[in-house]
Design a protein. Sequence first.
Length: 255
Amino acid sequence: MKNIKNIIVVSAAKGGVGKSTVAFNLALALKQQNYQVGILDGDIYGPNQAKLFGLNNKKVSTISTGKFLPLINKGILSMSIAYVVNNQQAIIWRGPMASKFFKQMLLQTEWGNLDYLIIDMPPGTGDIQLSLSRELTMAQVVLVSTPQELSQDDLLKAIVMWQKVQINILGIVVNMAYYICDNCEKKHYIFGENNLKQLADKYHLTILENLALSEIISNLNNENIFTNINAKYLATNYNNLANKIIHKLNTEVII
């Protein structure tokens, strides 16, 4: 881990808010700026990064030291439990066993020299989050939420949890914040505008980016938001997010 300059944990206390998609596209945005990037799929029970990278049914190998050799696609290194077990197999493990394998993937993968390691965390505030807080005290968290009131309740739990274990929060990404109409090209905040600002202000956190709700994300196939001409505004969203994270990491003093 000593050869990894920055570790960014993408986290959400609630499933279904697009956390894995945010982690994937953030990794792409950083790679677009010629950084060396890796991504660890920390979701033991519901890994998604293999599918996002187009690496379903691919398996990792090990090297002479016993470490995993991560797979590479789109110039990004990735490691996931989906590369170890059958993709159709349900993982029925208790918390300590899941945490142990998470730690194994984190520490026993040959990451090489990375500018950024993105960790796509499982939803919730449980064992794996606690394991990470003990192993990586200098990791930085990006929280993902949607604007609805129920998601805000869970976001609050995530904020309190990461602050309690003393892991710095870089800010909040509001996913599916608005919809751009095909006819008028205006932003429509269908769940309300600035819903998370009061909560963010209360805990002295920054809204890093408001991401658009778009059907393009689910229909890209082998393309991505940086190669699909119809996804320019999404690419702008994620470039803005990456630039804000880079700026905060380079300028803020983390205590």
